[in-house]
Design a protein around this ligand. Structure first.
Ligand SMILES: [Ca+2]
Ligand SMILES: [Ca+2]
Ligand SMILES: [Ca+2]
Ligand SMILES: [Ca+2]
Length: 216
């Protein structure tokens, strides 16, 4: 009796010349003479039309070749491997300020991780004397200026360094003001000389506290 589920082929040399026999290959049931039976009579799906395993590395399934998946290939035992990149592998946006790095999801897709959250520190203008932050929409924007401690000023490349204040009062005539510090090995002989002969008007209260930001 001929099986209605079987298909016609020149199966395993059983047919005599000019004759055909019905094979159970392709009926979805693994029969003794079959390595596999995936219920179809197609090649290219890791179980051949002759119900044999297709070679390891042969093409099958999804041919897409992206950052998160290589073209699918057979494992030589009837399974089509997706060849997906591992979960967390880098893809998409990488190393962009205020944009989160994207990652593969382990299933062949690249997950867009969006933008860095609002107020994440960043550097918009190459000037470290300005504080910048992410705006939550992928851009780095100016926030405010850096305030250096007393006796320091901000260098755009370095940041706060020991220096005279940039907004110091000036003498009203050149060379009519002097500040001289002498640091001797004998601390009792250290000196501070300050002359303010033709300086801008300066009240005593303007001096403030010597360690306070904003004091003279
Ligand atoms: Ca079968
Ligand atoms: Ca097949
Ligand atoms: Ca793939
Ligand atoms: Ca800046």
């Amino acid at each position: 009796m001929i099986s209605q589920r079987g298909r016609c082929s020149d199966f395993s040399g059983l047919a005599l010349p000019g004759q055909e026999v019905w094979s159970p290959c392709g009926d979805g049931v693994l029969d003794p003479e079959e390595e596999c039976d995936d219920g179809n009579s197609l090649d290219g799906d890791c179980c051949s039309a002759r119900c044999e395993f297709e070679p390891q590395g042969s093409a099958c399934g999804d041919p897409a070749d992206t950052e998160c998946t290589d073209p699918d290939t057979c494992d030589g035992a009837g399974t089509c491997d997706g060849n997906h990149a591992a979960s967390g592998d880098p893809c998409g946006d990488q190393g962009i300020e205020c944009v989160e790095d994207d990652e593969c999801d382990g299933a062949g897709n690249c997950t867009d991780n969006g933008f860095a959250s609002l107020s994440t520190p960043c550097e918009a203008d190459g000037d470290v004397c300005t504080n910048d932050h992410c705006d939550g929409a992928g851009s780095c924007v100016f926030l405010d200026g850096v305030i250096c401690p007393a006796c320091e000023a901000c260098d755009p490349q370095i940041g706060c360094v020991v220096a005279p204040k940039v907004d110091c009062r000036e003498p009203v005539e050149p060379f009519k003001a002097l500040v001289l510090l002498k640091n001797q090995s004998d601390d009792t002989k250290d000196k501070l000389i300050w002359k303010w002969i033709k300086g801008e008007k300066t009240d005593l209260g303007d001096f403030g506290g010597p360690l306070s930001v904003g004091s003279l």
